[in-house]
Design a protein around this ligand. Structure first.
Ligand code: SF4
Ligand code: SF4
Length: 385
């Protein structure tokens, strides 16, 4: 099934190229582009101001060698790749962005942002990392208001509370549609595959509901047709895998590809690059729409938070919905937050859900594909016995 037929522009191409085409279309119309790096970027506020958010490149091993001339080699590949793209000038989204916003999530990233700020106007938001503290929500709301002022000064655009409310409702509509699509992955066997979920998410993240509806409505109709025709992926006994952990894209997609090559089905890619970005609702019709946005984003269960209790409850909900046979925690090399948290995640998966759990620590190289494959094969053998 082709999930990239139209975005009201007649363009038909693979997701990465069509997102580029989508951004260029906005650029040609004179719409300002803002680079973003992280799941904490409040897209609703950005869109309410008529600014287009562009997710910046971070998933290729190619620019890492350039980055390592400046950054230490023993740093997370996502940070090195992001900075390498900036140094080499090979991220088209960074090139077309007039400014970039970022958040103080992990140490490596925030120090890299200081270097990136030498190349492009950069606004860094101070993200509270103890989300359950009484003042955290207020502090984060202040940060989002400061972002609003930065965007007003940089782009000379304004958004009223009404514009922001409308943008919130737009995101909720888009995310509800996306969750309907994920329901087809929860079927047994699944009716949509991991690549299709990933591609839909890649397109949906920077787009508005109005832009996505012409894509998502036919996609849902195609999925319904598949159900009617009895089409599905894999077999009844194919191992169903939930992949949690660090964001996955580009060269890190090897984790999904190896699971699939070993006969498994990735039914739930749970990360900021997967299903996580479309979960939850932003409260509508509140007297303070910026506060409502702040509340929703502070609930993101990223490992940079401590304690990160919401990650375990969100994981439990996903396990109940997608009914995996195993959970794989994908940790990027030198990502201390996700690596340390993996122990608690594994304990939770085993003790609360009685499921096998496997941590895979890797980078963007292909050197360890054989080792990963051996571990996945052993995991599937355990499930079969
Ligand atoms: S994992 Fe955390 S730091 Fe990374 S993109 Fe997601 S929210 Fe941001
Ligand atoms: S994967 Fe970990 S170390 Fe890398 S940028 Fe994300 S939070 Fe930071």
């Amino acid at each position: 099934m082709d999930i990239t037929p139209l975005m009201n522009d007649g363009y038909d191409g693979e997701p990465a190229k069509r997102v580029l085409h989508y951004m260029l279309g906005h650029k040609e119309k004179g719409h300002p582009i803002l680079g973003i790096y992280c799941g904490y970027a409040p897209i609703e506020l950005i869109q309410a101001m008529g600014i287009v958010p562009a997710v910046l490149c971070a998933f290729s091993k190619v620019p890492i060698v350039s980055a390592e001339a400046v950054l230490p080699a023993n740093l997370c590949p996502l940070i090195k790749s992001s900075y390498g793209f900036i140094l080499e000038g090979t991220c088209p989204f960074f090139a077309m962005s007039e400014a970039v916003i970022a958040e103080t999530t992990c140490d490596g990233k925030k120090k890299m942002f200081e270097l990136a700020a030498e190349v492009k106007p950069m606004h860094v938001m101070d993200l509270p990392q103890l989300p359950d503290e009484a003042e955290a929500l207020n502090n984060w709301t202040v940060m989002i208001r400061k972002l609003q002022r930065f965007l007003e000064d940089t782009f000379h655009r304004r958004a009223t509370d009404r514009d922001i409310e409308s943008s919130i409702q737009n995101t909720n509509r888009k995310n509800r549609m996306m969750r309907k699509i994920f329901d087809y992955a929860a079927m047994h066997p699944p009716v949509i595959n991991r690549q299709e979920i990933y591609d839909a998410g890649f397109l949906a993240l920077p787009a508005t509901a109005d832009e996505m509806l012409p894509i998502l409505e036919p996609l849902l109709e195609s999925l319904e047709r598949r159900v009617a025709q009895g089409f599905h992926y894999g077999a009844w006994d194919s191992p169903r895998v939930l992949v949690t952990g660090c964001p996955v894209g580009g060269d890190a997609l090897k984790i999904f590809k190896i699971i699939e090559a070993c006969g498994g089905l990735v039914v739930a890619p749970d990360a900021c690059t997967g299903i996580k970005a479309f979960m939850g609702e932003i409260e509508e019709n509140t007297p303070d729409p910026v506060g409502a946005i702040a509340k929703r984003y502070l609930e993101i269960p990223c490992a940079c938070m401590t304690p990160n209790k919401r990650r375990l409850s969100a994981l439990s909900q996903m396990i109940e919905k997608f009914k995996p046979d195993a959970v794989v925690d994908f940790v990027l090399t030198a990502c201390h937050s996700y690596n340390v948290e993996s122990y608690k995640v594994g304990r939770h998966v085993r003790s609360h859900h009685g499921l096998p759990f496997l941590k895979i620590e890797s980078d963007y190289s292909d050197n360890d594909e054989g080792q990963i494959r051996t571990k996945i094969e052993a995991l599937f053998e355990m499930i079969a016995n």
